[in-house]
Design a binder for this molecule. Structure first.
Ligand code: NDP
Length: 362
């Protein structure tokens, strides 16, 4: 969307945004409870607003203007962004079907872990809603590693299957790494196969990543999509990630680099964490420690993406002290209702991408 320079000059540096009565991905309403938060072990399986502030290298611009109001921070509602992406995917899947291409996702669940059952059910339902065919294999808890590997081998060869997703955690007698490595990288819709990770790391620009059949890990890709669809300009932005895990921190860093952001990654060895996080124009928290990012650790006008999902006696919360930080932030994701809903959506994106690659359309 084009920037409205005149408006920006008028209100530069003020926390002023313009809201209309139409719906938007950004809202001041509190987060809604969602059933699937894409928890750690899930691994990715596991008022229209026109912001008129220019705080730095990014500009947020969301649409028509109808009225002006003061606000502390825009709440980035991942649930609504995810819904919009799913609508777009549904149209894409319908067009593919006209060409005789039906994307197919297989979920494999070993055992009867109740949380895993809920996640798998939610994935199957999401597939159905946008027209992806889903096949669910529910195996008994005593399934041997060999039996599971044989099933994966069969699915690797099945042309109706575009994505294979093994729900984690697996029972202890099965080597998880061995199973994940057995999945054909061309069907690795989780984006955690070393081949896909290697390809992601070898590319410089996002355009190059998208042009190739590389499957991006779902939560990190969801983070980037959330930032982009919120209108946050990443080129030149000072971005700080707290957390360096293979499933969130590191791939988020690679994806931010591919957007030309300047990237700093923090971890337990980081000296004076607050000194580093206060530099951030965009702060990503992926730590797994309830409310550890406090208001004194961020600068005014920061955009905060909270990946953390922590269960506390008071309920679910993120890694960011949301109530305090939102008073200083320009935009912030809630927990739940922020990054979580993006995770399954990006799994659907990968499955459709896989079907397009298999059909020679990418
Ligand atoms: P990991 O435990 O694998 O990694 C946590 C990272 O945080 C590590 O790199 C660790 O550093 C760093 N860290 C821990 N404590 C500190 C500290 N005091 N100061 C600085 N760095 C610290 O977690 P994940 O990456 O798997 O997950 C992070 C959070 O994101 C969790 O709450 C998880 O539930 C959530 N999550 C949410 C998803 C979603 O869809 N919404 C999906 C995946 C995860 P070091 O490497 O030095 O140990």
């Amino acid at each position: 969307m084009p920037e409205d320079r005149s408006q920006k000059t008028e209100v530069r540096g003020q926390k002023t945004a313009v809201i209309s009565h139409q719906s938007s991905v950004i809202s001041q309403q509190p987060a809604e409870e969602t059933k699937d938060y894409g928890l750690k072990k899930d691994r990715g399986q596991m008022s229209e607003v026109r912001e008129a502030v220019d705080y730095g290298p990014w500009t947020v611009d969301y649409g028509l203007r109808r009225g002006v109001c003061e606000m502390a921070a825009q709440i980035i509602k991942g649930k609504e962004v995810a819904q919009q992406i799913r609508l777009e995917l549904k149209e894409e899947v319908a067009k593919l079907k006209e060409k005789g291409i039906v994307p197919g996702l297989v979920t494999i669940l070993v055992g009867e872990d109740p949380a895993s059952q809920v996640y798998v059910k939610s994935k199957v339902k999401s597939c159905g809603e946008i027209g992806i065919e889903s096949f669910n294999h529910v195996l008994p808890a005593d399934t041997s590693e060999e039996e599971l590997l044989n099933l994966i081998e069969k699915l690797n060869k099945d042309p109706k299957v575009n994505g294979i997703l093994t729900q984690l955690p697996l029972p202890k007698h099965i080597d998880t790494n061995k199973v994940l490595l057995a999945i054909d990288p061309a069907k690795d819709v989780d984006g955690f196969h070393p081949i896909n990770i290697g390809k992601l790391n070898a590319k410089k620009k996002r355009k190059e990543i998208d042009q190739e059949g590389i499957f991006l890990p779902c939560t990190p890709n969801g983070v980037i999509e959330l930032l982009k669809r919120t209108g946050v300009k990443l080129r030149g932005a000072e971005t700080v990630i707290v957390g360096r895990s293979n499933i969130v921190g590191k791939p988020v860093a690679m994806l931010l680099l591919a957007e030309d952001a300047t990237v700093t990654i923090c971890h337990t060895g980081t000296k004076d964490l607050g000194e580093v996080t206060r530099r951030a124009d965009v702060l990503i928290a992926a730590v797994g420690r309830p409310k550890m990012i406090t208001a004194d650790m961020v600068k005014e006008g920061v955009v905060v993406i909270d990946v953390g999902v922590n269960r506390t006696p008071e309920g679910l919360c993120g890694d960011v002290d949301f109530e305090a930080v939102k008073e200083k932030a320009k935009a912030i994701t809630p927990v739940p209702g922020g990054v979580g809903p993006m995770t399954i959506t990006m799994l659907l994106v990968n499955t459709v991408k896989s079907a397009k690659v298999a059909a020679g359309l990418i």
